[in-house]
Design a protein around this ligand. Structure first.
Ligand code: ATP
Ligand code: MG
Length: 305
């Protein structure tokens, strides 16, 4: 079946080494160990500044726009993008950046908050499944079912034997989505504690953003090491060939957007989407068009006396 092409495409499927640059660099190989302390959150590759990266950012945005049009037209596949990060990690910024290249008609975003009463009355994957993309659609999860092995673990909201059994359930769930035609790509936006504090400072100094500040930003920050441990284990246990994790250096917002947009575009290209054939006989429709145009031209001509 066509959709069984791996979503994390290889360079041979998209024609060239130039692409997949960040896909290869930031991919967490299935089965490999993850040590976030060894990954520089300030990495920005060869680029010196946002301006310098603009041509590549624009190119990726154009690729995403074309590919989303194809995904929508193709109608047999869907794409799920999962975003996870610590507070102020830049999830909202990525949503704005990636989606601004897409037609809102084929896209949606869902933010995972503390489960409401109805969600809490179901299994932890229920609300994720409910929001998973339909064929032809792109969905971004801003936070996700991974909260159930992150915040839930760090705050001991369920016993260890419950959260530790969830990695396997998540892998089975994502495999099921993939078997059903959904490509899945998961990003951990990796920021340093210093950059987080700097972003908190900026929020504090900008009255336009005071509404975004919460007490919990500061209490969660104290739990940084516990979150890192939880992220490392989650990423290690759930980076699979059908739903890979990418750890994105995110201290520079523009570099984060560059890497994410390239990986999203590459993933979509690897889906080998195609325009469906026309549902009508185009030659016949062309004749009708010319007849209609000819009729209009004659009707528009001045009456002879
Ligand atoms: P912002 O960037 O605007 O702060 P946010 O994603 O942090 O966005 P909030 O409303 O501040 O949104 O936070 C949502 C909270 O819900 C987070 O603290 C998150 O950990 C928590 N949450 C999400 N899923 C669960 C879950 N399954 N169990 C418990 N808490 C959860
Ligand atoms: Mg928050």
């Amino acid at each position: 079946m066509r959709h069984n092409q791996l979503p994390n495409c290889r360079s041979d499927s998209i024609g060239g080494e130039a692409r997949m640059k960040y896909g290869r660099k930031f991919l967490v190989e299935p089965g490999s160990k993850v040590r976030l302390a060894g990954i520089d959150p300030g990495f920005k590759d060869k680029h010196e500044s946002h301006e310098g990266a603009m041509p590549e950012l624009n190119k990726n945005a154009a690729r995403i726009a074309n590919l989303q049009y194809l995904l929508y037209a193709d109608g047999s596949r869907s794409l799920l993008i999962v975003l996870q990060a610590l507070d102020a990690g830049g999830k909202d910024g990525v949503v704005r950046h990636v989606f601004s290249a897409m037609n809102p008609q084929g896209t949606s975003v869902f933010g995972f908050k503390q489960p409401n009463a109805q969600e809490a009355a179901h299994d932890f994957l229920w609300r994720a499944h409910l929001r998973a993309p339909a064929r032809g659609q792109v969905v971004i999860f801003n936070r996700s079912h991974y909260e159930d092995v992150l915040v839930v673990r760090v705050h001991k909201l369920v016993p260890k034997d419950v959260w530790s059994g969830r990695y396997e359930l998540i892998n089975d769930f994502e495999k099921m989505l993939w078997d059903n035609g959904t490509a899945i790509v998961k990003f951990y936006l990796h920021i340093s504690p210093e950059e987080q504090l700097e972003r908190f400072r900026q929020r504090l100094e900008d009255p336009q953003r005071h509404w975004k500040i919460s007490e919990s930003d500061y209490s969660e920050r104290e739990l940084w090491p516990a979150y890192i441990e939880a992220f490392e284990e989650a990423i290690e246990k759930t980076s699979t060939k059908y739903a890979p994790w990418y750890v994105i250096p995110s201290d520079h917002k523009w570099f984060r957007n560059l890497a994410v947009s390239e990986i999203v575009a590459d993933t979509m290209e690897g889906m080998r989407l195609r325009l469906p054939p026309a549902k009508v006989d185009i030659a016949e429709i062309r004749r009708k068009y010319h007849a209609a145009a000819e009729g209009k031209r004659q009707a528009g001509q001045p009456q002879s006396k």
